[in-house]
Design a protein around this ligand. Structure first.
Ligand code: UTP
Length: 236
């Protein structure tokens, strides 16, 4: 059955969150803790990302973990002794907050094995995801909870039967920090067709000021493509 804009059939049911990077740029904060567990206001970054996936209709989340996975696993589990103490004190507010993270979605964990890069981490999700399309969300980028970005990406995926990558306009002098997309317009104002990707180009050579950010809706075919890729810079 083909999906249309108004379809209620959920085509993308699973989210994959790679969280197995070494996080060297945040050392020493990430020496014993994954980068994704660093707190932003009152929650670890990864909780915002799981919330975003859940709000876009994905209740099955696979987190790819590296070393120091225990903090991550504990965060999405219940903590009976803590809950019991808060209950006894009648602290319903905090009890709700503690419950929240363990009730957002069905969260699964898989070890990456070796930190061989983002592509390898995504490739590890193959058995869990199967042939279906799925979303990849990186904890490096946090999206305002009011922004329907991911739902819109799924809509575009359904309408075009295409892989969808989130892009963000950045000042030209910052494009060298990002993956950059060469694009062609489409009939929709908020959608472009990507014709090429250039990793961290100099401003003078950048094909646009559109930077790749960490939200992807990928088709199952990506797994064969990842398998065929030769490792690039730094063995990743
Ligand atoms: P980064 O490129 O930011 O790498 O990864 P990193 O290792 O986390 O950080 P630095 O560069 O050492 O500071 C982008 C995303 O891919 C995940 C990271 O957890 C992050 O979400 N990743 C990266 C993996 O899951 N496995 C890897 O082998 C590498």
């Amino acid at each position: 059955m083909s999906s249309t804009k108004h379809s209620t059939v959920r085509t993308v049911k699973k989210a994959v969150i790679p969280a197995a990077g070494l996080g060297t740029r945040f050392l020493p904060a990430t020496k014993a803790m994954p980068k994704e567990m660093l707190p932003i206001v009152d929650k670890p970054a990864i909780q915002y990302v799981v919330e975003e996936a859940a709000h876009a209709g994905m209740d099955d989340v696979l987190i790819i973990t590296g070393r120091n996975k225990d903090n991550l696993i504990n965060h999405f589990d219940s903590v009976p002794e803590l809950e019991y103490t808060l209950q006894r004190k009648g602290d319903e507010g905090r009890l709700g907050k503690v419950h929240e993270s363990s009730e957002l979605a069905e969260v699964h964990f898989l070890r990456q094995g070796q930190p061989l890069g983002l592509g390898h981490a995504v490739g590890r999700a193959r058995q869990h995801v199967g042939d279906e399309s799925f979303a990849v969300l990186l904890g490096d980028d946090l999206i305002d909870a009011r922004d329907p970005l991911l739902s819109r990406m799924i809509e575009v995926h359904d309408n075009e039967a295409a892989t969808v990558v989130a892009l963000m306009e950045v000042p030209p002098e910052s494009i060298h920090l990002y993956g950059c997309a060469a694009v062609q317009p489409t009939e929709e104002d908020d959608v472009v067709r990507i014709t090429a990707l250039v990793e961290k180009p100099d401003a003078a050579e950048a094909p646009s000021n559109l930077a790749v950010i960490g939200r992807y809706v990928l088709r199952g075919e990506i797994f064969d493509i990842i398998d065929r890729l030769e490792p690039g810079r730094g063995g990743e």
